[in-house]
Design a protein around this ligand. Structure first.
Ligand SMILES: Cc1ncc(COP(=O)(O)O)c(C=O)c1O
Length: 435
């Protein structure tokens, strides 16, 4: 920890934040938390209390807090000139080639953005331009971001409804859920793929530009589609000339125990959207990796339309991206995510086996959900009570009350075995007291 950790007046920070900054997610934390320092997987609040950060700040801080390599790279680049999108700077060129390398050269071009949401938007614009079609298919309960196009693909009804009507031509199919209302696992992949085919045929495949999905539906309840479901989507897209877009804003950059989530099923999408962990949460930077056959700007001439954000691919962000990939590789963090993830899942399954409030523990790598049984309680209220109970024992987890009441765990990829054991103990103790 930094010795000179900032003190500060918690009450006035909270009051001013609510009055001015309107950070709606922070305001939902009750009581609110003010963090002033930390290192590795630990955070220190304004009152000097330590927490294990099993949120990695919305799954972005994949290298943990105050990672020396990341700090060094940012410090070095901070002293450089500011180069916008009209000119070339070395970091952008190098990061694009590194991304192509680490994705096994399955993609040919990289388009940079600023946030996960604008990269999702870009992928959908690219698909429209490339395919000369306009409709977009996605899953109910899929999470794709906050801007209007991304929100139109988004499948969480509560997030969509306040902003409706959303964009035309966005159509949703049922999520490939592991269980239906009766709790019976949906192993009938063929049936699920047939449901999608049915929607595509009804919508008119020759109008459909893209199918966008996360390889694991995280915000939608940690739904892990079967490999054959994803393969089924790929062949439907091939059959109908639809571009398959994977939103790997959460699952990318080692999170699932592979560099990218698509590697598990071996289904290669036409476009891959990255954000969050791309800079280990340190800078606003996102990217769309595009296969050569799907490139909307192949043979680009200056008369062609373009796609532009002034700060997309900014040098500091790209320097952070390069440092993140270097740390992931040199510290073996993809393998660490796989091994620690296995420990986390098996540890939680064993510790929570007899807890009546726990329905399921599922996940892949360091992306894990603990599904709770709401019984007669509102799932949102249960999720908040549980999140708070875990936090009281010194572990930060994210709650999710979409279709399921869920605790979502995605710690930094640098997490150690003792830290996993500590979190398992705290989660088990706190859920045991839920009532
Ligand atoms: C799967 C997924 N896609 C896109 C986004 C949007 O990213 P951002 O919040 O950086 O706009 C998120 C954000 O949580 C996400 O989880």
């Amino acid at each position: 920890m930094r010795a000179e950790a900032t003190g500060g007046d918690e009450a006035s920070l909270v009051r001013d934040e609510r009055a001015t900054a309107v950070q709606c997610y922070a305001s939902r934390q009750n009581p609110p938390l003010v963090f002033v320092d930390g290192s590795g997987c630990e955070l220190l609040d304004v009152n000097g209390r330590r927490y294990l950060d099993f949120t990695a700040q919305m799954a972005s801080a994949c290298l943990g807090h105050r990672h020396p390599g990341l700090i060094g790279a940012l410090r070095d680049r901070l002293d450089g000139v500011l180069v916008g999108p009209a000119y070339i700077h070395p970091e952008r060129v190098r990061l694009a080639s590194r991304l192509i390398e680490v994705s096994g050269r399955r993609f040919a071009r990289v388009y940079f953005g600023v946030t996960g949401s604008d990269a999702v938007e870009a992928s959908l614009k690219f698909a429209r331009k490339r395919a000369g079609r306009w409709k977009v298919i996605s899953h109910w309960n899929g999470y794709h971001g906050s801007t209007l196009g991304a929100l139109s693909a988004h499948g969480v009804a509560a997030a969509r409804q306040p902003y409706e009507p959303l964009l035309a031509g966005f159509v949703h199919v049922p999520p490939p859920d592991l269980r239906h209302g009766d709790g019976i696992p949906d192993t009938n992949t063929e049936q699920a793929v047939a449901r999608v085919r049915n929607v595509l045929e009804r919508e008119g495949p020759d109008q459909i530009a893209a199918f966008i999905t996360e390889p694991i539906l995280v915000g939608g309840g940690m739904i892990i589609p079967t490999d054959s479901y994803l393969a089924g989507l790929r062949s439907l897209c091939d059959e109908f000339g639809i571009l398959l877009v994977y939103d790997e804003v959460v699952t990318g950059m080692g999170r699932t125990g592979r560099m990218f989530g698509f590697e598990h099923a071996g289904v290669v999408p036409d476009m891959l959207v990255l954000g969050k962990g791309l800079t280990a949460g340190s800078q606003a930077l996102s990217a769309v990796l595009v296969r050569r056959e799907a490139d909307p700007f192949a043979g680009w001439t200056s008369a062609d339309p373009t796609h532009l954000h002034t700060l997309a691919g900014n040098a500091l962000g790209c320097a952070a991206g390069l440092a993140t990939i270097a740390a992931i590789e040199s510290e073996g963090l993809v393998e660490n995510a796989r091994l620690r993830g296995l420990e986390l899942i098996s540890g939680l399954r064993a510790a929570l086996r007899d807890q009546v409030r726990v329905l399921d523990v599922r996940g892949r790598g360091l992306l894990v959900g603990v599904e709770l049984d709401p019984r007669d309680e509102d799932p949102k209220s249960l999720e908040r009570r549980a999140t708070l109970a875990v936090r009281e024992l010194g572990v930060l987890v994210q709650g999710n009350s979409g279709p399921h009441a869920l605790l979502v765990l995605h710690p930094p990829l640098t997490i150690s075995a003792p830290e996993i054991a500590r979190a398992v103990g705290a989660i088990s103790d706190s859920l045991g007291r839920l009532g």
